[in-house]
Design a protein around this ligand. Structure first.
Ligand code: AGP
Length: 607
């Protein structure tokens, strides 16, 4: 997730050092390039580098610019790979306007084409670069920077936070819509940032900006107005955060923070890609017909990503397209049939997992088309595959994959629908209802975060011998994922099964000391209920993960982790959020190293 920092001081020369501190404080959000622009008497001077902030520091060590006012940015690539040119700040053709931006300008393509027609030249692949060019056009028409900024913002659609400096007044202009932006108030100095920790070394007095607020910050004053220019009053609050903890945004662990980021991550994943009203799917590089030549689809992935791949394969099979998910580490030796009409989809958060890369290379060598579904623009998988679809979950730092699973499943649902339409010539049954359920996911996940009883349930069963997770059909992968997460961070024995398989072996392990977590979706619930009764008859406590509407399921359970009612194909994402929280709290009660579990790594780059 990108990070913005701005520092507004007078004629002192402190801006560079304080901006660099701010950038380092934003590192926890994840980034692949960094940059800053300083207003040094005249126009903005820009310094930016792909890679670590230390690379930017090396450049600045050679030529530190003077100046008390500037903007800085850490970039997490979404449009274009991590390069010096794609790093922020971006400027117009003359270099008079410099801009940093978080979020996505959805209509940048059309704005860029119009600007190019009017003679503007672009240096990057980013959506951001249209902003300084639009501002410059307004300035050239003779308006002041604040008006130019407002008029430009009016033309943007999407979600964003933007900060700008120009060669004119000694001021920073900023606004937010859907992306966070906070103002830090110090003694005569001001800061703007995506997150409080960025400037916590300098001040703990904060003004939280609302969507639509436009703020103009000058060395001795700031003004906040609505988009129409009406003044608004926002109070200054003092935050009581220890800078040490603040990198986790106030949460005890990155994992918990990332679980809580899911509504925002899902909004980002879905943005501009699906229209439930018309049933249309718009996947950037994959217009209708992109997959017309595909006969079958194979997913290759590991761990949590494999569970998302299982869900993806199910979407396709249900829509009439032959599909199967393979563990990437097995794929090379399994030798499944592959030809040029086979699409092999590598599902990988990091895009760097060695087993998955090796399976994709094997598929490629056999003539299949390859597609990476990944979170990391510029990753090896994204570069080596024929195509890439980005899940846009934002950086994930905790070793346990949480928000990326949710964003993978949603991305695979959209991709699956595109493929079904291209291959079969028709929409899959219930496409509208499913899209509707997908678009409601961010709100539904928020409801779970607001009312979950996962900690109490974790506490009640904390001394158990083992933990079993069962689910049928669309949520069989969720049962497996629930168990993987549980064992990964709590170090307790946990297994996930197809509900119907319980009686074919695992039931021998079921006792009063082994709680069974049963996931219900509203489809074939009576069968899963039968399996629950088998466990209950052996004295096992049962926890249903179900909506209130699934009365039969909840009636038999000792505990219920409630999820909002939704389409059965989508219910698994919600159930999984409850199971993520359960694992988190179980591990927290046992005082485990949640963000860095023993023996595990975030990215496994060996086969
Ligand atoms: C999940 O919590 C794990 N840490 C792990 O299973 C992970 O999903 C797997 O290693 C695959 O990683 P990738 O998505 O980056 O390829």
């Amino acid at each position: 997730m990108c990070g913005i920092i701005a520092r507004v001081g007078g004629d002192d020369d402190g801006a560079v050092d304080e901006l660099l501190t701010g950038l380092e404080n934003l590192e926890y959000r994840g980034y692949d390039s960094a940059g800053l622009a300083i207003k040094n008497g005249g126009g903005p001077e820009v310094f930016k580098r792909e890679g670590k902030i230390s690379r930017l520091k090396d450049v600045l060590a050679d030529e530190t610019p003077d100046g008390g006012l500037g903007i800085g940015h850490t970039r997490w690539s979404t449009h274009g790979p991590p390069t010096d040119a794609n790093a922020h700040p971006h400027t117009d053709c003359t270099g008079d306007v410099a801009v940093v931006h978080n979020g996505i300008v959805e209509n940048y393509d059309e704005l860029k084409t119009d600007l190019a027609d009017r003679g503007h030249e672009f240096e990057s692949d980013t959506d951001t670069e249209v902003i300084p060019h639009l501002v410059k056009e307004q300035l050239a028409d003779g308006v002041d920077p604040e008006t130019a900024f407002r008029r430009t913002i009016e033309k943007l659609s999407g979600s964003y936070a933007v900060a700008m400096i120009t060669d004119r007044e000694h001021a920073v202009y900023a606004t937010r819509r859907g992306s966070p932006l906070v103002l830090g108030v110090d003694d005569g100095d001001y800061f703007l940032a995506s997150d409080v920790p960025a400037f916590l070394d300098f001040t703990d007095d904060v003004v939280y900006l609302d969507d639509g607020d436009v703020v103009v910050v000058e060395p001795d004053d700031y003004r906040i107005t609505t988009p129409d220019g009406e003044a608004v009053d926002r109070s200054v609050q003092t935050v009581e955060w220890d800078p040490e903890d603040a990198g986790k945004g106030g949460y005890d662990h990155y994992m918990l923070k990332e679980i809580h980021e899911q509504p925002a991550a899902l909004r980002q994943t879905l943005r501009g890609r699906a229209d439930p009203a018309t049933g249309d799917i718009r996947l950037e590089d994959f217009p209708a017909g992109s997959f017309a030549g595909v006969d079958r689809v194979q997913f290759v992935a590991c761990g949590t990503s494999y569970h998302a791949g299982l869900v993806g394969a199910q979407f396709l099979s249900d829509g009439g397209v032959p599909a199967r998910a393979f563990l990437a580490s097995e794929y090379a030796t399994a030798q499944p049939p592959v030809d040029e009409r086979t699409l092999v989809v590598g599902v990988t958060q990091s895009g760097e997992t060695a087993d998955t890369l090796s399976a994709l290379r094997r598929a490629n060598a056999s003539g299949a088309a390859t597609l990476a579904v990944t979170n990391v623009v510029g990753s090896t998988a994204a570069r080596e595959c024929d195509d890439a679809l980005f899940i846009r979950a934002g950086p994930e730092i905790g070793v346990a994959a949480t928000k990326t699973f949710s964003s993978q499943v949603v991305s695979l649902a959209l991709l699956g629908e595109r493929i079904v339409r291209d291959v079969t010539g028709t929409r899959s049954e219930n496409a509208r209802e499913r899209l509707d359920a997908l678009s409601n996911l961010p709100g539904h996940v928020q409801q779970i975060l607001d009312y979950t009883s996962a900690r109490r349930v974790a506490e009640r069963y904390r001394d158990s011998e083992a933990y079993f997770f069962i689910g049928r059909g669309a949520v069989r992968p969720v049962a497996r994922e629930g168990a993987l997460k549980f064992k990964e961070i709590s170090y307790e024995h946990a297994e996930g099964f197809a509900a119907g398989e319980l009686k074919h072996g695992p039931l021998a392990l079921v006792t009063p000391d082994t709680p069974v977590f049963a996931v219900f979706t509203g489809r074939n619930d009576e069968k899963t209920l039968g399996n629950v009764k088998e466990a209950e008859a052996r004295g096992a406590p049962v926890v249903a993960v179900a909506s209130r509407d699934q009365e039969a399921a909840t009636q038999y359970a000792d505990e219920v982790l409630t999820v909002p009612d939704t389409h059965p194909d989508v219910a698994g994402v919600l159930a999984n959020v409850q199971l993520q929280l359960l694992s988190y709290h179980a591990a927290d009660l046992l005082d485990r190293a949640i963000d860095k579990p023993r023996n595990l790594a975030k990215s496994v780059t060996v086969e």
